[in-house]
Design a protein around this ligand. Structure first.
Ligand SMILES: Nc1ncnc2c1ncn2[C@@H]1O[C@H](COP(=O)(O)OP(=O)(O)OP(=O)(O)O)[C@@H](O)[C@H]1O
Ligand SMILES: [Mg+2]
Length: 607
């Protein structure tokens, strides 16, 4: 409904056009009666109303059509022939007009569904992008993509069907009923008894179709999931010569899809076949019953013309009821997809959005961690366990510790990829959660452990954090990140496309691009997670110099495994099991003879 309400004018147009096209087309049936009446007209004779029949159709033809025909169909021909030509011309003329209306109707209604589905996809993308890292680190990319493409497309198909059939079929049914009733009121009421039978199969089998469709779409999602996984891990697949096995896995998933889809198709076939039986058998049954009643009990049919009009109207009536039930069958089949689409919308951002959040110009004094704890959803152990720390503005702190100690997690908490479970991170005394997210993120520049580049040019990748930077600022960042030589060697220089996730660059080159991106952003707080791990000693030294310049006067959190790179930090924090176990300057920690000193000696090869 919200998507429909954005297009009120189109919706109104669709309903009006649909009604006009449907009712108008049914109205042409009315002309069949006078046409048939020409059959038993002697030359020169005007048809007279059957006194026994007083149906609305008869009254209409006698009072309106016949006088009109007498005037316009009076040529130098047999009156029956000339009037038949007039009648047929009128029917053709109406058919052309209503075909035109139908054309506009289909165009407007199909475009309406395209707009709505595009809006839906757009909303879905924004919604997913705004979900927290808690969702993203656990989601299955392929399945999500399948929901956003395959399922959304199925939803588009439903919409087309719904809008067309749901708007037009009822009017076609009403139109047919009106004509039938005008022709033969008693017989029409007799017929109505059969109509509910046509809807019966869909009502009974529909829910099953929906369940089956859901399974079918789920397994389609699984196939996409496998495919994206194989393609994103193609290097591993090749290195381990697993192409065959991956293909087999994909085959298995596809077989499962076939099995699930067969279940859905079977349910659909049953429903449609039963409807077909009621529709075809129903028409026979209705006509037979009416004929028998006519012969034995009461005369129903008075003249051939009305009878023809009645039967044609009843025939179309059944056809449209059948189309409507067919549409419902299709809709049930697509509901499984819609369920999958709306499940994505049901996911709530795990991050609390504070409507009264304050704005923040810059960090003035300090960032304070007071007794914070955090565990990943579903993880048994706390990743951060009661950690307290105060970092003064402009201070450079280094985080070291064994793999899994919680260093990256701590930086993720600062970047608000996750919120703490207890305790608080405060900036100048204000809880991070009470600061406008945008304002806080503007203070941060992040270089992550796994450099990520977009499939775009190097220039676009560097400009990502600050699209309005000048060419001069861009060039400075390139120099500072020691990227100049690399870029000069590339055939297209700055415009070189880096490939999917930067796959055309070496690890060290990709890392320097991400450093340039962070340098260009020129922000207050730096989060560097192993920012130089992929660099050789030579370029690492140069980048270290650049980073040292960058860190000057900024608050920095630096994670490093190579302890040599952080000797100059103001303070070194040693983490273990989500806690800080030692802190101090390099010299102090070496002298203290604890964990750090042990790590240091190991790296020097002294232990
Ligand atoms: N997305 C996640 N979901 C669940 N658990 C996670 C997730 N990311 C990390 N962890 C767990 O949290 C703990 C801390 O991980 P973290 O990445 O912070 O370690 P780290 O100190 O950065 O290690 P490394 O030096 O290897 O990068 C680990 O036990 C890890 O298994
Ligand atoms: Mg890490």
């Amino acid at each position: 409904m919200p998507y429909l309400s954005k297009y009120k004018a189109s919706v109104a147009a669709v309903i009006v056009l649909g009604a006009v096209a449907a009712l108008g087309s049914r109205f042409t049936i009315v002309f069949i009666k006078p046409l048939i009446d020409r059959l038993h007209l002697d030359p020169g004779e005007a048809p007279t109303a059957d006194p026994a029949s007083s149906s609305a159709l008869n009254k209409f033809t006698d009072a309106v059509l016949e006088p009109w025909l007498a005037t316009f169909g009076d040529w130098d021909l047999d009156p029956g022939v000339s009037q038949a030509i007039v009648l047929v011309s009128v029917m053709l003329g109406m058919a052309i007009v209503f075909a035109g209306v139908q054309y506009v109707f289909i165009k407007v209604s199909r475009m309406l569904s395209v707009y709505m589905i595009t809006d839906l996809r757009q909303d879905m993308a924004s919604h997913v992008a705004n979900l927290g890292m808690g969702y993203h680190s656990g989601r299955r990319l392929g399945d999500l993509v399948s929901r956003m493409t395959a399922d959304a497309n199925t939803a588009l198909r439903i919409l087309n069907m719904m809008i067309e059939e749901m708007v037009q079929s009822p009017f076609n049914i009403i139109g047919s009923l009106l004509v039938a009733y005008a022709a033969e009121p008693t017989a029409t009421i007799g017929t109505l008894v059969f109509l509910p039978l046509l809807a019966l199969p869909v009502i009974i089998i529909g829910p099953r179709i929906r369940r089956r469709a859901r399974k079918s779409q789920d397994s389609l999602g699984d196939t996409t999931q496998l495919l994206t996984q194989m393609l994103s891990g193609i290097r591993v697949v090749k290195a381990f010569r697993m192409e065959e096995r991956e293909a087999q896995e994909y085959r298995k998933a596809n077989d499962e899809f076939v099995v699930q889809t067969r279940g859905m198709v079977r349910a659909q076939a049953v429903s449609l076949a039963v409807t077909a039986f009621f529709a075809n058998g129903g028409v026979g049954l209705v006509i037979g019953a009416l004929v028998i009643v006519h012969l034995t009990i009461v005369e129903i049919f008075h003249d051939v013309g009305t009878m023809f009009a009645f039967f044609i109207a009843i025939g179309t009536l059944f056809a449209y009821v059948r189309r409507l039930t067919r549409a419902f069958t299709g809709i049930y089949a697509s509901m499984g997809s819609l369920d999958r689409v709306f499940e994505v919308f049901d996911l709530q951002p795990d991050m609390r959005i504070n409507p009264d959040a304050q704005s923040l110009e810059k960090v003035n004094q300090q960032i304070e961690f007071s007794d914070i704890s955090f565990s990943y959803p579903g993880a048994p152990e706390k990743a951060i366990d009661g950690l307290s720390l105060t970092v003064k503005r402009g201070e450079k702190v280094a985080l070291v510790g064994l793999s899994g100690a919680g260093k990256s997690t701590l930086l993720d908490l600062v970047a608000r990829f996750y919120d703490v479970d207890s305790g608080a991170i405060k900036v100048d005394g204000v809880d991070l959660r009470d600061i406008k997210q945008d304002d806080w993120l503007r203070q941060l520049a992040v270089v992550q452990q796994q450099p990520f580049l977009f499939q775009a040019s190097i220039r676009e990748n560097i400009l990502y954090g600050r699209p309005d930077a000048s060419e001069e600022q861009l060039q400075q960042a390139i120099d500072a990140a020691n990227l100049r030589d690399t870029i000069d060697q590339l055939p297209d220089g700055l415009e070189t496309q880096v490939g999917d996730s930067g796959s055309r660059l070496s690890g060290g080159q990709a890392q320097r691009v991400t450093i340039a991106r962070a340098l260009l952003k020129d922000s207050e707080v730096l989060l560097l997670d192993e920012a130089t791990s992929a660099l050789d000693s030579e370029s690492e030294h140069k980048v270290q110099v650049a980073l040292a310049n960058l860190m000057e006067g900024r608050t920095s959190f630096v994670i490093a495994h190579r302890l040599g790179t952080i000797r100059a930090a103001d303070r070194i924090l040693v983490m273990e099991f989500g806690r800080i176990v030692e802190e101090g300057s390099h010299d102090e920690l070496v002298a203290a003879n604890g964990t750090y000193s042990h790590m240091w000696k190991l790296q020097l090869g002294l232990d």
